[in-house]
Design a protein around this ligand. Structure first.
Ligand code: FE2
Ligand code: FE2
Length: 231
């Protein structure tokens, strides 16, 4: 019996359910960000690029859900409504929250997603999982580029550009530190076996390695290019 014919483990079902929830949430928060971009008068190209991402994320959610169900999941994804939105900071200009969403979800999240999904896809051979990761990986490159185009637009074209760059200098280092702790924490977890790799699961230590590499290879040079140096 090949790995792709093995019945899926409970961990596979939970993981694909979790990915469905994450993709659906990405669709919702991108939709919210697009509304904010319209409200601050962002360039129409950026608004349209954002709208395309909303639909991509919905496709990713549908494909992930299909993988979860094929793996035998009978539990529906958990999608609390209060998480399907972006938080607004009272008494601050909207541009500051636009910047936070851009940095966290796109410059950091989508940039990291490219090497992360590429590692998940490497040994993934179960067709339903592989088809999903193929599609996600193609789209994430465009989603990453959207983040870096948006941050450049915020810094260069928005009247608050200089203040927003300073905000990033202040808020980015603690944010990266906190997010990095999630990926590099030592978890007591049974090793991911060959069948689970075939379903596109990644052993936890790989998340930490990919995160550390992304800091040096992606975040440091890309943020430096927009005038934000990381110590
Ligand atoms: Fe996605
Ligand atoms: Fe994405």
């Amino acid at each position: 019996m090949t790995a792709s014919q093995q019945p899926a483990s409970e961990r596979v079902r939970v993981e694909w359910r979790r990915r469905t929830e994450a993709e659906y949430t990405s669709s919702a928060i991108t939709q919210h960000l697009v509304l904010w971009l319209i409200q601050i008068g962002a360039s129409p190209d950026l608004i349209r690029a954002g709208l395309a991402i909303v639909d991509d994320e919905l496709v990713h959610a549908e494909m992930s859900h299909h993988a979860a169900v094929t793996a035998g999941s009978t539990t529906p994804p958990q999608l609390p409504r209060e998480t399907l939105r972006l938080p607004r900071t009272a008494d601050e200009p909207l541009e500051r929250d636009v910047l936070r969403a851009c940095v966290r979800s796109f410059c950091v999240g989508e940039t990291l997603a490219v090497p992360l999904f590429s590692a998940m896809r490497k040994d993934c051979s179960v067709p339903v999982a592989r088809a999903c990761l193929d599609r996600v990986l193609v789209d994430e490159v465009r989603h990453r580029d959207f983040g870096w185009t948006l941050i450049e637009w915020l810094f260069e074209a928005s009247p608050m550009g200089q203040e927003l760059r300073e905000q990033t200098r202040r808020e980015l280092p603690p944010y990266l530190e906190a997010r990095g702790r999630l990926y590099t924490a030592e978890l007591q977890q049974a090793p991911v076996n060959e069948d689970e790799r075939a379903w596109g699961l990644l052993p936890h230590p790989r998340y930490g390695e990919i995160w550390r590499r992304a800091i040096e290879r992606d975040f440091r040079p890309r943020f430096a290019r927009v005038g934000v140096e990381l110590a």
